[in-house]
Design a protein around this ligand. Structure first.
Ligand SMILES: [Zn+2]
Length: 235
């Protein structure tokens, strides 16, 4: 695990907020505007990223990807005003199994204990991606085992136009003032897209930005703000 860039918890802050996600750009795509807002308000925001996301570029060596991902997420974290990013390095599509087999449950719990979050943000249980759902299960299981009291919220990543009924209470954050910061942070993640074909890069990259813009704008419109991020409260 990479712990070098994590500051010690500042006891004079308003409290700490923890984002737990599967890949290195999920924390920006999902709650980016919200965590930037909390950071501005004086909260310490920490992020735990479960994998390095090697599957995007199977032909590039694991170490190279890991290094790039760490650098990118540290850069994005600085932009949003976060206090640090930790990578667990779990195998994709095998998060729970890998955590257990490598005996990392303790490390995961110790990290949460160290940060003492007042709020935790993680993936939604019905996200389209397998690893996002596994992240939710891991977080909920750990939350219960540790008897945590923090507010637990879920965010959508690949669930852009969700029509399903959600019975859980909604938590809407007006991100109008931090939407630009979110977009700036998102632009840091160049390695998620295969750079070997410039055309793909151009198309995919812009497509992602447009989608996120539309999504946050629509959420804003339906909540009487310009931009918004919407979460569901689990605990
Ligand atoms: Zn992801």
């Amino acid at each position: 695990m990479d712990k070098d860039n994590v500051d010690t918890v500042n006891t004079k802050s308003k409290g700490s907020i923890l984002v737990i996600c599967a890949h290195s750009d999920d924390q920006i795509i999902g709650p980016g505007g919200t965590i930037a807002k909390y950071a501005k308000e004086g909260y310490d925001v920490y992020t735990i990223i479960l994998s390095f996301g090697e599957f995007v570029q199977p032909h590039v060596k694991r170490e190279i990807i890991s290094k790039t991902r760490i650098k990118e997420s540290q850069k994005a974290d600085k932009i949003i005003g976060g206090k640090g990013v930790v990578f667990m390095g779990l195998k994709e599509n095998k998060f729970e199994k890998d955590l257990h087999e490598r005996g990392l449950e303790k490390n995961f719990k110790n990290l949460i204990r160290k940060y003492k979050p007042v709020k935790i943000f993680t993936h939604a249980p019905d996200d389209a991606l397998n690893d996002h759902r596994a992240t939710y299960r891991m977080v909920l299981k750990t939350y219960k085992e540790m008897n945590l009291r923090a507010d637990l919220y879920t965010f959508d990543v690949w669930h852009l136009f969700n029509l399903k009924k959600r019975y859980r209470p909604k938590f809407v954050v007006d991100t109008t003032d931090t939407f630009k910061i979110k977009m700036k942070a998102l632009r840091v993640f160049k390695s998620q897209i295969d750079l070997s074909t410039f055309y793909n890069y151009l198309v995919l990259n812009n497509f992602l930005f447009i989608l996120i813009n539309i999504r946050d704008l629509l959420k804003g419109i339906s909540n009487n703000t310009k931009y918004a991020e919407v979460f569901h409260k689990v605990r």
